[in-house]
Write a protein that binds this ligand. Structure first.
Ligand SMILES: Cc1cc2nc3c(=O)[nH]c(=O)nc-3n(C[C@H](O)[C@H](O)[C@H](O)COP(=O)(O)O)c2cc1C
Length: 193
């Protein structure tokens, strides 16, 4: 993290299963005073929050410093002149992935990601689909070649998770790790004994 500076991070939750990943990331970032969060929820992101979690959309909104309507392409995060340091899409649907890869920019999620790419800032995608078809794989490869961090929420077992919560938190911590923020709660691999 840049010292003495607020790190401005966009967090978007789109309509892939696993909205809890985006929620957990917001919960972690809310406790870091040097981070300012800007939240985007797609229509299907809101639906998955309601159907998969105990959170309401309103409660998720309260975890962020600022929220935006994704139809509002006039929002400040739609412009590169509003300096944002990073964007996390968690989870990222294959539709949003495709839209970013093609530079479609038809809603504030894909437009903000387009801006992040053109400004050469950090884009982190928790892409979620299985199995993956060739279109999905090609889209991920193309964006990876542009510097995007592909962080599909694949569970790790080396840290001996006991609950689903442990699995979710580990992915969330690994994502926040990508922002250069050191989190004491992340169980790191220290090698086999
Ligand atoms: C319950 C539910 C689960 C879904 N899971 C996925 C998924 O894991 N991955 C995916 O790419 N799309 C998934 N979809 C389909 C997306 O929601 C759909 O493609 C939508 O257009 C994505 O739009 P968005 O990216 O703007 O949110 C799911 C849809 C529903 C209703």
């Amino acid at each position: 993290m840049k010292r003495g500076k607020i790190l401005k991070v966009i967090v978007a939750i789109t309509g892939a299963t696993g909205s809890i990943f985006g929620i957990r990331i917001l919960e972690i970032l809310k406790n870091i005073k040097e981070v300012e969060t800007h939240l985007l929820l797609s229509k299907w992101g809101k639906k998955t929050i309601e159907s998969e979690t105990n959170y309401t959309v309103e409660r998720v909104g309260l975890l962020a410093d600022y929220t935006y309507d994704i139809a509002n392409l006039g929002a400040r995060i739609s412009s590169g002149s509003f300096q944002i340091d990073a964007m996390i899409i968690a989870p990222c649907s294959m539709k949003t992935l495709a839209s970013i890869r093609m530079g479609f920019a038809d809603n504030l999620v894909s437009r903000a990601a387009d801006v992040i790419l053109k400004e050469r800032k950090k884009l982190i995608l928790l892409t979620r689909e299985t199995p993956l078809n060739t279109i999905h794989l090609e889209n991920m490869l193309a964006l990876s070649r542009m510097g995007t961090i592909m962080l599909p929420p694949m569970p790790a077992f080396y840290n001996n998770p006991e609950t689903i919560d442990d699995l979710v938190s580990h992915i969330a911590y690994r994502t926040v790790d990508q922002l250069g923020i050191i989190l004491p709660d992340l169980k790191r691999w220290t090698g086999l004994a």
